[in-house]
Design a protein. Structure first.
Length: 420
C-alpha cells in the first residue's frame, strides 16, 4: 500500500463540513491563476466553481484569472478574468511550426503572464495570496519574475503539482531537477511559499533529495446533497455499477468491457446493470488495437453507454444513484495520480472496485470501502464484480459509516484552511 503522510484534521472541522454562515472579518485576498481554464467542461472549471462558491464564508475573497480564449460563460459563472496566455501542452498555441515554435510560445507566454500578474496585483487594495492549482515548469518561472518585481504585493504563494511525469525516464528526471531548482529560487524570493502535491508520491518526487517541504493537498469533493442519506443507491433490486471517467486505456475501460463479457459467459442471468461514460469515440490500446463500445453488451439491456459529454451535475446525479463505482485504472498511470471521481464516491458513501497499488487503494482504505483487484486483470475484475453484488450490503454499510468523516476531510472548508 502507498504510504501517505498523516494529516491531522483541525478541531474546528470536526463539527461541520460546511462553510460558516458568518463571513470572516478579515478575509484573505486570493488570486487563483489557471491558464488551462478555457471552458465550462472538464476538471478545471468544476474544481474552481466549488472552491470559489461560498469562499467568503471560508475567509477568502477569490479572484480567478483564466485563459484568454475562455468563453464569456466562464467569466460570468466564476467572475473570472480571461487574461492569461496558454503555458501547458493543451493550451499553448505554437508561434510557428516545429518544437521551436511551441517553445517560443511558452517563453512569450511566461513573460506576458508575468506582466499580467504584476498588473493585476497592482490593482488589488491589499497584498494578495497567489494560488496555482496545476503548476509546472513554465508556471514557476512566471512566478519567479512576478515575485522579483512585486514581492510586497504578494502575501503568499501556493503551488500544487499534479502527476505528469515518469521518474523512470531521463526526461522526467531532468524536468524534476529543473522544478526543484526553480522552487528553491522562488523560496529565496518570497518568505511564504508552500508547495503541494496531488498525492504523497507526487510530493516525494518533487522533494527528491532537496530541502523543499512538499505537502499532500487533498482534493476537495464536489458539494454533497443535504438529503444524501435517503437518496443514495439504486431504488431497484438490480445492483448498479458505474464507470464515469472518460473512456480511456489508462482508466481501464477496455478491462471493464472484457469483465462484463466474462460475467455474461459465466452466468447469462447475472443480474446487474452497468453505466459507462464513453463520450470521445474510440481509443487505441498500446498494441494498436482500437477499443470501441461493445454494441452487443448494450443490446443485452444490461449496459448503458453514455456517448455525450455530461456536465458535472449530470455525473453527480448518476453517481448518487449508483451502488458501486468501478475504477480499474492502470497502475502505470494512477500509481501517482488521484481521482476526483473516487473522492466524490467516498464522500457519498459509495464503495468501489479499484486497482491495487494505485493511490485509489490508499483513498478507499483510509476513507471508504471497496474491493482491490490486480492491475490489468479482466478476469479478476469480473470475480470482484460478482463479489460486490453478493456482499453489497456489508460494503455499502461500511462506506456510508465513514462518509461523514470523509466529507469533512475533503471539504472546501478544509481545503482553504490548509492553504491559508
Amino acid at each position: 500500500m502507498i504510504k501517505a503522510t498523516p494529516y491531522s484534521m483541525p478541531e474546528a472541522s470536526k463539527t461541520a463540513d460546511q462553510p460558516s454562515s458568518t463571513p470572516s472579518e478579515n478575509p484573505t485576498s486570493v488570486m487563483i491563476v489557471e491558464e488551462q481554464l478555457v471552458g465550462l467542461s472538464g476538471h478545471h472549471f468544476g474544481q474552481l466553481a466549488d472552491l470559489t462558491k461560498n469562499a467568503r464564508q471560508c475567509g477568502v475573497v477569490p479572484l480567478v484569472l483564466c485563459g484568454r480564449t475562455a468563453p464569456p460563460e466562464v467569466s460570468s459563472e466564476l467572475d473570472a478574468r480571461p487574461v492569461l496566455d496558454g503555458l501547458s501542452p493543451g493550451s499553448t498555441v505554437p508561434l510557428f511550426r516545429g518544437r521551436s515554435g511551441a517553445l517560443c510560445a511558452v517563453l512569450l507566454g511566461i513573460l506576458r503572464n508575468a506582466l499580467t500578474l504584476i498588473h493585476q496585483l497592482g490593482q488589488q487594495p491589499r497584498a494578495t495570496l497567489l494560488l496555482l492549482p496545476t503548476a509546472w515548469i513554465p508556471h514557476i518561472a512566471m512566478l519567479i519574475l512576478v515575485a522579483a518585481v512585486s514581492r510586497s504585493r504578494i502575501s503568499g504563494v501556493r503551488v500544487q503539482f499534479l502527476s505528469r511525469w515518469d521518474p523512470t525516464r531521463l526526461r522526467s528526471r531532468v524536468d524534476l531537477r529543473i522544478v526543484r531548482f526553480l522552487l528553491l529560487i522562488l523560496n529565496r524570493l518570497h518568505h511564504d511559499v508552500r508547495i503541494y502535491g496531488q498525492t504523497p508520491l507526487v510530493c516525494a518526487d518533487i522533494r527528491g533529495n532537496s530541502s523543499l517541504n512538499v505537502e499532500w493537498l487533498p482534493e476537495p469533493s464536489h458539494s454533497v446533497r443535504s438529503d444524501l442519506g435517503t437518496a443514495l443507491g439504486s431504488p431497484a433490486e438490480t445492483t448498479v455499477f458505474g464507470s464515469y471517467g472518460f473512456a480511456r486505456h489508462e482508466q481501464g475501460t477496455d478491462l471493464l468491457q472484457s469483465a462484463i463479457r466474462i460475467l455474461h459467459e459465466r452466468d447469462p442471468s447475472f443480474d446487474a446493470s452497468f453505466r459507462i461514460v464513453w463520450p470521445c469515440g474510440n481509443f487505441n490500446a498500446p498494441d494498436g488495437s482500437v477499443i470501441s463500445p461493445d454494441l452487443r453488451l448494450q443490446e443485452s439491456g444490461k449496459v448503458n453507454f453514455f456517448q455525450n459529454i455530461l456536465k458535472k451535475n449530470e455525473i453527480l446525479e448518476l453517481l448518487e444513484s449508483t451502488d458501486w463505482i468501478v475504477l480499474p485504472y492502470r497502475m502505470s498511470d494512477y500509481r501517482r495520480r488521484s481521482s476526483l471521481l473516487a473522492v466524490d464516491a467516498i464522500c457519498r458513501g459509495i464503495p468501489a472496485i479499484y486497482t491495487s497499488g494505485t493511490f485509489l487503494e490508499e483513498l478507499f482504505t483510509r476513507f471508504g470501502a471497496g474491493i482491490p483487484v490486480s492491475d490489468s486483470n479482466a478476469y479478476e475484475l469480473a470475480i470482484a464484480i460478482e463479489r460486490a453484488k453478493r456482499e453489497s450490503p456489508m460494503f455499502k454499510a461500511e462506506a456510508k459509516s465513514r462518509a461523514d468523516s470523509a466529507r469533512r476531510f475533503f471539504s472546501v472548508k478544509e481545503f482553504w484552511q490548509r492553504v491559508l
